[in-house]
Write a protein that binds this ligand. Sequence first.
Ligand SMILES: [Zn+2]
Length: 155
Amino acid sequence: MRWNTPEDWAISTSPAHPALVSEADFIAAQNIRATRDTAPDRTYLLPGILRCGICGRRMESCWSSHRPAYRCRHGHSSATTPDPNRPRNAYLREDQVLARLPALSIRLALGPGTTPPAVPEIVARLRADRITLTYNPADQTLTADTPRAERIAIS
Ligand SMILES: [Zn+2]
C-alpha cells in the first residue's frame, strides 16, 4: 500500500460535517490569544541574584505598584507568629538596581575596558559567574560576593 500524492487527494469544497465553531469565532479566539501572549507580563530580571543583607536569604520577587521589585521577610510569613522585634521587611525596586548595574559592572570588570555592557548582558554575566549582590537596607548598598566585595550605593 502507498499513500496518494497530494495531487491525488480528494478535497471537499463543502464542509463534510457541521463546524464546531464558526470560522469567525475561530479567528476571533486566535486574536484574543495573540493579544494575551504579547501583553506585558510580570517579568523579573534579577531573581536569584539579590540577597538580603539582614538575614542572608535570597530576596523574593514581588510585584509592587506595577513594577518588579524584590523583598525579604527574613523567614517570616503570614503563617508565623508576629514578632514585634523582628526587623522590617527589606524591599528593593528592580529599576533602582538596574540603574546602578553599569557602574557596578565597571568595578567588577565584567566588560572590556571601561565601557559597561548593556544591562541584559551584565545580568547574564552575573548569572554565568554566579555572583550575587547583597542588599543592605541600612545604608542602601549592594555588595557583590566577590573577593574584593565591590559595593555600590543604589539611592
Ligand atoms: Zn532577610
